[in-house]
Design a protein around this ligand. Structure first.
Ligand SMILES: O=c1[nH]cnc2c1ncn2[C@@H]1O[C@H](COP(=O)(O)OP(=O)(O)O)[C@@H](O)[C@H]1O
Ligand SMILES: [Ca+2]
Length: 443
């Protein structure tokens, strides 16, 4: 078994990223709202917060937003702190407290109360982190992604309503719709907002925004701002979404492919996705070590899997297996071939696991680096036997997804990033902006 490095990184309860982003964020905010001056300072507030709550006479104050990411492999809490030092100065995103638990909510499909308990444990951290006098003004929201999308409506609803109860028993502000399954297109858009906000790209006129690639356990998203008319014309209608934030409208290309997350892809490669699993049934693959036989739990189901005892193993046969999962299944927008993208989640984790990038710093890779590493691992499985038995399959899937799925070139650049200025590159920050905007919360 490999240790998910994110687990160790996040096992320090109450870790507060000490980062302050005053300069960058003040820059971003002021460019987003360039007409700011003492006399028209309401201008930017009106965009972020409705005028009736504009803190024109507010003194220095801090406000918080709590966003839960109920992912397919884990549940995470992000507690964001914003500081507004004076009415003349724009609020700053001061920091983030981040913690996670495994497994994700969908693993509690048959025990919704237990699932809600895992949320409660994380929420208790927020009770410690947010000063009591601000509890009532601090919104708490949970958005679930692909894990819950794959459950039956009934099981998903049971989990969500247990979580809602936990929220309602808490001292925080519980907005309407505080617990829901997020639409896949929002997942992509909000991650794009987060990354481009944190890197200061939203400050200009959308000239240099960067596309984002998120590879979750159960689904994967691709999002970018099209530059060419062709892309707008040639893309399926539901891949293009207009989204308003910070007083700008972004017409983004975004799509979430359900069942194409890394762990769902393992099952698809094994031929076990969306099938009734018979008792004791064994799923074999040339992407796994020959002698391997083991069990794996995902989404509340137990799978038995193993290597091709007699048959072939290695990169070539593995690539052919994986290709069946992606070939012809994804839309390939021409314009992305020459662009560079930010990539995170499992792209990051697997690159870090195999020393393609530094775990803390991240790095820049070409698509072909994943292929090179996949060959190295798959053709020498015994050398990598201490790592996850799925390492070869995962790297091969990432290679096939990028090349044959999305149609990236071998030399397309990927910026692997886990954090920007000490803030997690997660859709949750974009979602928190959206939340604050809709609630008109400032302190
Ligand atoms: O806040 C975060 N920052 C960076 N990576 C994250 C964060 N939250 C989750 N991840 C990454 O997301 C991946 C797991 O995907 P997830 O469980 O969210 O599945 P899903 O998106 O398909 O529901 C892992 O690579 C994990 O490290
Ligand atoms: Ca996710």
């Amino acid at each position: 078994m490999t240790v998910d490095p994110r687990l160790t990184a996040s096992s320090d309860p109450g870790r507060m990223t000490s980062s302050r982003l005053p300069i960058l964020l003040a820059l971003v905010f002021s460019s987003l709202f360039p007409v700011f001056s003492h006399s028209n300072r309401e201008m930017w507030f009106q965009d972020l917060f409705p005028p009736n709550t504009c803190p024109i006479n507010a003194k220095t104050n801090t406000f918080y937003g709590i966003m839960f990411d109920a992912g397919s492999t884990g549940t995470r809490i992000h507690i964001y702190t914003f500081v507004q030092k004076s009415p003349e100065i724009l609020p700053e995103l001061e920091g983030e407290i981040f913690e996670s638990v495994k497994p994700g909510l969908s693993a509690y499909a048959d025990q919704p109360e237990k699932g809600a308990e895992s949320v409660k444990r994380l929420l208790d951290m927020a009770i410690d982190a947010v000063p009591p006098h601000l509890w009532k003004k601090t919104p708490v929201v949970l958005k679930a992604t692909a894990g819950l999308r794959l459950l039956s409506e009934e099981k998903a609803q049971a989990l969500l309503s247990e979580v809602k109860e936990v929220f309602e028993e808490s001292p925080f502000l519980v907005p309407e719709d505080s617990v829901s399954i997020m639409d896949g297109s929002y997942e992509g858009i909000l991650a794009w907002i987060t990354v481009n906000f944190l890197t200061g790209q939203l400050a200009g006129h959308n000239q240099h925004t960067t596309g984002t690639l998120d590879l979750g356990g159960a689904s994967t998203q691709i999002t970018f701002l099209p530059r060419f008319e062709e892309t707008l014309k040639e893309s399926p209608r539901d891949f293009l979404t207009s989204f308003e934030m910070f007083n700008s409208t972004y017409k983004l290309y975004t799509h979430s492919y359900l069942g194409f997350g890394l762990k769902a892809a393992r099952l698809a490669t094994l031929g076990a996705l969306n099938t009734e699993v018979a008792d004791g049934q064994m799923f074999r693959s040339s992407c796994l070590p020959k002698q391997l036989e083991a069990e794996w739990h995902f989404g509340g189901v137990k799978y038995r899997y193993g290597g091709n005892k007699e048959g072939e193993t290695g990169f070539k046969p593995c690539y052919l297996e994986v290709l069946k999962v992606v070939k012809g299944k994804l839309h390939q927008p021409d314009e992305i071939r020459g662009s560079s993208f930010y990539a995170f989640s499992y792209y990051y984790d697997r690159a870090a696991d195999t020393n393609l990038i530094d775990y803390e710093q991240g790095g820049v890779l070409e698509v072909r680096d994943f292929e090179r590493k996949a060959k190295e691992v798959c053709d020498n499985m015994e050398r990598f036997s201490s790592a996850s038995p799925f390492l070869c399959m995962d790297l091969t899937y990432i290679t096939a997804l990028l090349k044959e799925g999305f149609g990236f070139r071998d030399n397309t650049l990927l910026q692997l990033t886990k954090k920007v200025n000490n803030i997690e590159t997660s859709w949750t920050l974009g979602a928190t902006f959206h939340l604050l905007q809709s609630l008109g919360i400032t302190y």
